[in-house]
Design a protein around this ligand. Sequence first.
Ligand SMILES: [Zn+2]
Length: 56
Amino acid sequence: MVKRTCPLCGKTWFSCAEQDPWNCQNCGFLLTPDMNENPEERDAENQHDGVPQSFL
Ligand SMILES: [Zn+2]
């Protein structure tokens, strides 16, 4: 499941087609895979011991 926000009308959409472009159902804008955002997930079992991202 992936989330994309339409830059044109601001609506958010969810789809399982993470690798495919799809059109905004509101305004028809083409939402491409590089616009993928992670939907809010509760992956309690998937706790990685990773380093937090830093943008310094
Ligand atoms: Zn739109």
